[in-house]
Design a protein around this ligand. Structure first.
Ligand SMILES: [Zn+2]
Length: 156
């Protein structure tokens, strides 16, 4: 069993658990359980010992798993440094065309300022953009083309 990803199925939803019981249930340290409580795992906080409802525990672990595993939502790009989908800084990204139909979204991670890349087809750009302000870098290609000596000169 992975200690980093405790299996929520080990907890029984109709039971109450103390911090120690949760720790031994998943084979983790008590401080990890206390960390979960800090991060929003509900308890009967005015009583001692602290009791955690099995139902809350299961819900918390499920939410945590999905959060860790989740793929990019629209408007997010996977940051290799944060190891998580992140919103680009300023919600801005550049689309750099690789071919007529495929390109890269390039943005800066809002958290660690690492460059993030997302290979995306032009057809799917609308699905992934979310609220991103995308600058289409294809314009540069057109400039390059027009800068080349033109054989059939239809520009004046
Ligand atoms: Zn990052």
């Amino acid at each position: 069993m992975s200690k980093r990803h405790p299996n929520p199925r080990l907890a029984k939803i109709h039971r109450n658990y103390t911090v120690e019981e949760v720790a031994s249930l998943f084979g983790i340290h008590r401080n990890t359980v206390r960390e979960w409580i800090k991060r929003g795992l509900p308890t009967n906080d005015d009583r001692r010992p602290i009791l955690i409802l099995g139902r809350d525990l299961v819900a918390f672990l499920h939410a945590r798993r999905t959060k860790n595993k989740r793929t990019c939502r629209p408007g997010e790009i996977y940051c290799v440094r944060c190891r998580a989908p992140k919103a680009p800084a300023g919600d801005m990204a550049d689309y750099q065309a690789v071919t007529d139909t495929l390109g890269n979204l390039i943005a800066i991670c809002s958290e660690c300022e690492t460059l993030m890349y997302l290979r995306v087809s032009l057809a799917k750009l609308e699905q992934v953009r979310g609220k991103l302000d995308i600058t289409m870098m294809q314009a540069l290609l057109h400039i390059d083309e027009s800068a080349r000596p033109s054989v059939n000169c239809d520009l004046r």
